[in-house]
Write a protein that binds this ligand. Sequence first.
Ligand SMILES: Cc1cc2nc3c(=O)[nH]c(=O)nc-3n(C[C@H](O)[C@H](O)[C@H](O)COP(=O)(O)O)c2cc1C
Ligand SMILES: [Mn+2]
Length: 501
Amino acid sequence: MASPADLRAWIALLEREGELVRVSAEVDPDLEITEINDRVVKAGGPALLFENVKGSSHPLLINQFGTERRMCLAFGATSLDEVGRRLGDVLEMQPPEGLVAKVKGLQKLKSIADSRPKTVRGGPAQEVVLTGDDVDLDLLPIQRCWPRDPAPFITLPAVITHDPRDGSRNVGMYRMQKVDRRTTLMHWQIHKDGRADYLFADGRLEVAVALGLDPVSAYSASAPLPKHIDEFMLAGFLKGSPVELVPAKTISVDVPANAEVVLEGYVETGDLAPEGPFGDHTGYYTGVEPFPVFHVTALTMRRDAIYPSIVVGKPPQEDAWLGKATERIFLPAIRMSVPELVDYDLPVAGAFHNCCIVSIRKRFPGHAQKVMHAIWGLGLLSLTKSVVVVDEWVDVHDYEEVFFRVCANVDPKRDVLLSEGPLDHLDHAPTLQFYGGKLGIDATHKGVAEGTREWPPEIEMSAEVRDLVTRRWEEYGIAIGLAARDGQMRQSAAAPPLVPR
Ligand SMILES: Cc1cc2nc3c(=O)[nH]c(=O)nc-3n(C[C@H](O)[C@H](O)[C@H](O)COP(=O)(O)O)c2cc1C
Ligand SMILES: [Mn+2]
């Protein structure tokens, strides 16, 4: 399965798979689309293509990422873990032994080499070119998402900048509050690479914004890569074909040739204006803060451009699946630094950085605390507010089981670590913005090596009796079916010894 080449191919695929509904009734981009979409997202419903949006001749696509199945279709994969393995295979590459391994190794290296974006002559993104006074953001069906939002916001952009020091490209997804026909704000939070490019600029920084990309390129803008790594390279690697770029019309930035819409323009040092409030993915409104002003010098687009949108708000929302994709895709990369990490889960209700559950192969006293500190030291995961550590046999995605382990295995005085450090820009809970408390909960088994009593064995029925009851089940005439045992938690019995004695 290949991933779709552009937004049109993606829409066609969604339609073939019964994953898209076209809405021809006129709808208002002012709040109404949010309410429709909120109901559909929460019901696990389809992507929506609103063909008749009040005040605009361009259709609006929303909820393209709203389920795990659609996310897998986007990546041309059967599971998000499979996408993670594609990346893991390359990260884990060892010097090959023998001819077969060498050939395989070369294929992997080729997949990296082929992932570099490539420049092409032209593309549909520039069928229509509006510059200067002709630039008009009112042409686009930009949504005002929530009642207290002061203006419409562009919500699903791929914002492209170059580091003024070394020219390296950065692509990120940041909401853009519309100010007028030719101006928006750029919500670059303090921990983000886009913000760093802006801060390194002395004067003007050119910015391009691509709207309506193939789903993998769009996803890549949200991926938390180290600063010097180009998100479009990740997109090319995950798609198996390079992102194609064309030179922009009014700035020296290359833009995706397949985009539906491109905004070209610039921001300037010290040119800030109040942004917000905005109904955010925290489930609350984020307050008003100064953010850079983006001046649009050109609007280029396909003749019949489709405008992509997303609404964040109280979880779960569509962005849950962009986050889950990141969680799965980056697992192998995290294991490169934290090899004892078996699995992790960022609960959607925790807005991703409020809680991280990790399972570890525990080998020594204090191992859980080591992993907490590792999480607090890793990229954007460093913003994680609370870390819960469980043993390797616990399913981190089964919150009921995690809750059981936390309740059963924790002595709050001994196993709760209070620390402090950087917190997410949008977190309204800490007393100071950006900085506050961290909570680590060690819900692993302990033992004498950690200065505590002998840990009791977990209750588990013997395999013989389980088999016997399974064999005889029909005989008992109890009509609830064997499924009753499916909810059983995994047992520690099969696991290697805990803390070495
Ligand atoms: C729907 C959506 C909206 C987002 N909005 C913002 C935003 O307004 N500001 C921001 O800094 N990050 C936002 N993010 C998160 C960034 O896209 C993400 O942290 C990304 O890794 C930033 O890229 P960068 O580190 O290259 O700057 C959003 C993510 C999603 C999925
Ligand atoms: Mn980046």
